[in-house]
Design a binder for this molecule. Sequence first.
Ligand SMILES: [Zn+2]
Ligand SMILES: [Zn+2]
Length: 240
Amino acid sequence: MSGAFYDLHLHSCLSPCGDNDMTPNNIANMAVLNGLQIIALTDHNSCKNCPAILKAAQELPLTVIPGMELCTSEEVHVVCLFYSLAEAMAFDAYVHEKLPDIQNRPDIFGEQRILDEQDNLIGTEPKLLINAADISVMDLKELSRQFHMLCFPAHIDKDSNSIIANLGWIPDECAFTAVEIAHVENIEPYRQQYPNIRPMRVVTDSDAHYLWDIAEAVRTLPVDPAHPEQLLDLLQSAAG
Ligand SMILES: [Zn+2]
Ligand SMILES: [Zn+2]
């Protein structure tokens, strides 16, 4: 098996600071043009554009995994990926309740646009999605079981909103089986410095907020691109 070209961390126009051109169809088509085979849509604290992009990708040679980039109460970003859209939307509702009641400022953060599969505007999210939800990283092990999701700490080598920057280490109690490292050259130094990363799977994603930032076909995971559950299972298994 040659593997699947992937990018598991992408933001749509629903995310604060997500470009309005990051529509479900534009993201899916750009991913195909770039040669990607599996992507995940991971807006900040919301899955509400996942239904549209899953439908938009149906006729394309592309698999889309419903996801979210959760901001925990520690202001740590965690990528959450789901086996099904129904489970993603259940988690979306759970997180929405746990967000502070602070309204979006469209002049600063954009409209937080919710689109349908033809990229028509069907709503906007009134709550500001960039805030921390009242969910601790320590809750994620149990929530992963409850919502049948796979979570990994995002961009652990960044200075802000990363588990290492904010907590100083990756607590073993979180039971993470994978991590995202933004810059490939940091993988070995981080494995050296934080030994509990060594058995974890490491992914590198674009974290794109603009179409031109979506990854090229450079990194693969050894899974069948037609079977996203294989990717989720792989990221939950110990690295060889
Ligand atoms: Zn982030
Ligand atoms: Zn992100």
